[in-house]
Write a protein that binds this ligand. Sequence first.
Ligand SMILES: [Zn+2]
Length: 584
Amino acid sequence: MFEIKAKDGLGRIGILSLEKKKVETPTLMPVINPNKIVIAPKDMEKYGAEMIITNSYIIYRTQKLKEAAIEKGIHKMLDYKGIIETDSGSFQMAAYGDIEIENKEILQFQKDIGVDIGTFLDIPTHPDESHKKTFSDLEITLERAREAIEFDLNLNGTIQGGTHLDLRKKSTEEMNKLPFTVNPIGGVVPLMMEYKFSELVDIILTVKGNLSSSRPVHLFGAGHPMLLSLSVLLGCDLFDSAAYVLYAQDLRYLTSYGTKKLNEMKYLPCNCPVCRRYTAQELINENEQKRLELLSSHNLYATFEEIKIIKEAIHEGTLFELVESRIRGHPRLLLAYRRIKDYYGVLEKYDPFTKRSSIFYTGEESNLRPIVKRTKERIRDIKSKKYDEHLFFGKFPKELEFTYPFGQCEMEEERKDKGDPELNDEDIVKVIADYQFGPNVGNKLFHDVVVKRSKTGMIRYVFDQNGVMLATLRARDGLFTPNIEGLRRLKEIIPFPKYRIIVDDEAARFIKDGANVFSKFVLDIDENLRAYEEVLIVDSNDNLLGTGTLMLAPIEVKEFERGMAVRTRWGIEKNSIQESQLEY
Ligand SMILES: [Zn+2]
């Protein structure tokens, strides 16, 4: 089971639950080579690892390990209590040709030794292979996938198809039909080794465009911290790193902005326990084994630091900004990021409507963010008394100058004024309502109202002529949260089923009292809504139940069985703050 806690772009902070074990994503699994352990699994927790990955085929073909695993189970053998995922030998097959094991045999072995997530024997086709060969490999992979789901085991349904996007699409559609726990994207390691990141972006977005949003995606073999933020932005949740050891063997030092050669370094630009204690020269002077351990340790710290930076960016709504700084670490990454312009439809519907943080313009790539095109489309039919020119969005209604995203953009110039004296408050709130709820809503919603400003002079509340509050304008993003009376009006103005989330009548009475709306109780939702918008909550007869913030994209509300769909602000029977409590 997978659920979403926060989102930005296609990226999400999620919880993956496997029976009693849970892991917060995005996260990375350090690869453990059971024949050559550099950092012990039980020490992985201090780096921030919540799960590890090892290779069931290596265990299977190494007699001593095989016996130990069968006798004690894999958790005792590796002395690790957390989630253990295993690969199946597919990678060895790609590297060394045929391997001596059958699909069913390796699946049964993984089940017998008690892995938490297993993998069937898929075929990773090399990116250079022809369409014909890739297709025939894929047929075998899909046949084995159908064989695999007969096993009572949480499984990876690895998506193959090489660099042929039609085959990636086919592979994704077939995997979607089968009950896999995670869907890794496989066969991409050679692309990453050759810095072919544009092809990687095409593959990820082709998969994401066709896979249920409720499936966690593991980007197989991606462990370089430089690649993580972009991959998360595009919707990958899980990563594995053999890189922390492999790079260390080569005396290479990982950072989130690229790889460095240890013997060319003088300062170690990191504050992990290794880099605090050693200089570059001291590390080089250590004996080989000790140096491998120390450098692997730094590489792992650097990788998990990046994971935390990414999670914080999702929380703040600054993942695009983070990615746009990371892609400048390598020209190929910069080019790869530009591919997102061909996938506007895949990306836009997941990207939230409003974010906690201001938008930072980092360069011309910022124009590729879906919010730019979306916002331009959204204001196209809105009538205004006065227009202005925005550096990001072009010609826009001046009434929206403090509303997200117009007023929350950090560009080369800053707006400091308190608003245009030529615009009156009623006109401003009407245009904001048009922007938020649709053209021509503002005139009806806020006809003949009293607008009150805060101490700092910003528009804050809208009342009707009798002093009943209709809506509050949120200081953070200049968007409305409607009150009960405002809600009633909105429901009359906006025809069913627009702007609505329709819930099961069973859940209705709890929501009236202010309970949150969970995905499994949702019957339908307006697909034009976006995450973090304010929505009307109604029952199947369009009776108003309340309002709140939509926490997921509509497609996610439909596809997820678990998690919160709306954080309810008001239940219709649990009204409301008194005017005396308001801040002016
Ligand atoms: Zn370090």
